[in-house]
Design a protein around this ligand. Structure first.
Ligand code: SAH
Ligand code: SF4
Ligand code: F3S
Length: 456
């Protein structure tokens, strides 16, 4: 029998990356093989995101392009999942009639059944109901990640914070945490198949376990820290309102916890933070930053900002600029406010024109560029522990001409480091994917560092 191939297009956040791993493991259990070219696939899944309009349009534009393929090959199966699917439900079929099935953010575990139905001739299957329990995917162990050094793992689903601009609560449902045993079992499986670093995921990871009275998030971190073959732990995303002293202390107490935190502030104006329903003030936020830097002086801090929220005046925007200058983030993601269905902010007055949102966005990016470079330059001449992720992009496309190989990896503070090592037997044992090596930093750029191995 001819081999069958699947292709998954993942758009959106790390949670979708994790969900796509689970989707892949389901498809492997159905006898499909993975392909990196969608043109040669028998089954294509689009795992979608609707956090901003642009993300949603990206999904529709890809699905639209598949129409041609489907005409050439009527047996091609196309499925749409993720947050656009959860939001649009059967409307997906109206806009994209060549789609065979639509599944939601809570129904990934039903995929084998859905696909069997499609194969038996049923079309336009829709399965988007919310469930109140977390289904532990028993298929997970079918799919061994290909030489992955670093993996994401979702520890909780949904969100109940209802930030007024955000679509996540309506497409991911109520907050629910997975049991520590299930999480530890999955991490152990990943580590035994070669993974060295894991990132614990949740829309608001620091409220892990609270609702169900499971263990606290710092306690979970400490249990993960005890997994002997694991080298590094990261987590994202933290909500400033739930960043407790216990969690801050973990950065000091747990040797595997990386010294980086992503702590989205969203705005530097208390008026706007209130309208966003973020439940903290600029002063609270700055206090948390002080605490983090006191406990862990070399911690890297990154953040998200939304510019052009409804009613954001020039003076509100200037307050955001001032905050960025005060904190000096290591990295910053800036987004123009985007109206989302069923969110409170979508009905707020005083929307800003696209042009002004873009102007504010570029202003912040220009300011941030200076700080990113400053933070990176401060590392020149330091020795960093770098977890090797693979050959650098440059090396992958070019053959080594000088007998050296260029590798890429990350520091504990999540900065990308490229470095060259002589390609010979003496070094190949030390400098390989998954090892942590000492690199002396020589050059700093906006988004990466360059260094030389300490032991040559
Ligand atoms: N749960 C996380 C991240 C949510 S989505 C948190 O609370 O921080 C990632 C980022 O997308 C958000 O931090 C926010 O900056 C941005 N975002 C969310 N909704 C948006 C919208 N409607 N318009 C523009 N940016 C948005
Ligand atoms: Fe959205 Fe706010 Fe929840 Fe983050 S915390 S997912 S921004 S509602
Ligand atoms: Fe997007 Fe859904 Fe993640 S909307 S950001 S894929 S939770």
């Amino acid at each position: 029998m001819k081999n069958k191939y699947f292709y998954i297009n993942t758009i959106g956040c790390q949670m979708n990356v994790y969900d796509s791993d689970n989707i892949a493991s389901s498809l492997v259990s159905l006898g499909y093989n993975k392909t990196d070219s969608y043109e040669s696939a028998d089954l294509i899944i689009i795992n979608t995101c609707t956090i901003r309009e642009k993300a949603k349009e990206k999904a529709f534009s890809f699905i639209g392009r598949l129409n041609k393929l489907k005409k050439k090959n009527p047996d091609l199966i196309i499925g749409v999942g993720g947050c656009v699917a959860q939001q649009e439900k059967e409307k997906i079929f109206t806009r994209m009639p060549h789609v065979n099935f639509v599944f939601g953010t809570h129904t990934i575990s039903n995929l084998p059944d859905i696909i069997k139905k499609v194969k038996s001739g049923k079309n336009k299957i829709i399965d988007v109901q919310f469930t109140s329990n977390i289904h532990e995917n028993s298929n997970f162990t079918n799919f061994v990640p290909e030489q992955a050094v670093s993996k994401f793992i979702t520890i909780m689903r949904g969100c109940e914070n209802y930030c007024t601009y955000c679509v996540v609560p309506s497409v991911r449902g109520k907050e629910i945490s997975r049991k520590p045993d299930a999480i530890l079992k999955e991490i152990n499986y990943l580590v035994n198949s070669g993974v060295k670093e894991i990132t614990l995921l949740g829309q608001n990871v620091n409220s892990y376990g609270k609702k169900e009275n499971l263990c606290s998030f710092p306690r979970l971190l400490s249990m993960v820290n005890d997994i002997s073959k694991l080298k590094r732990i990261r987590f994202t995303t933290s909500h400033p309102k739930d960043l407790t002293e216990g969690l801050v202390a973990s950065f000091n107490l747990l040797d595997k916890l990386c010294n980086h935190i992503h702590l989205p502030v969203q705005s530097g104006s208390n008026k706007i933070l209130k309208k966003m329903n973020r439940k903290y003030t600029v002063e609270n936020y700055l206090n948390k930053i002080d605490n983090l830097r006191r406990v862990c002086p070399d911690i890297a801090i990154s953040s998200d900002i939304i510019v052009g929220f409804p009613g954001e005046s020039i003076s509100d925007f200037n307050e955001t600029t001032a905050l960025i200058k005060e904190v000096e983030f290591d990295g910053l993601f800036v987004f123009g406010y985007s109206d989302r269905q069923n969110t409170q902010a979508s009905s707020f007055p005083d929307k800003l024109p696209e042009k002004e949102k873009n102007r504010r966005l570029n202003t912040l990016l220009d300011i941030q560029e200076k700080y990113s470079r400053k933070k990176n330059s401060a590392l020149i001449n330091s020795v960093q522990h770098v977890l090797i992720e693979g050959l650098s992009k440059k090396q992958k496309t070019a053959k080594s001409s000088n007998g050296f190989l260029q590798w890429t990896g990350r520091t504990s503070s999540n900065k990308i480091v490229n470095f060259e090592v002589k390609n010979n037997i003496k070094f190949n044992d030390c400098y390989k994917v998954g090892n942590i090596v000492e690199i002396k930093i020589e050059k700093a750029f906006n988004n990466s560092l360059k260094g030389v191995p300490l032991h040559r």
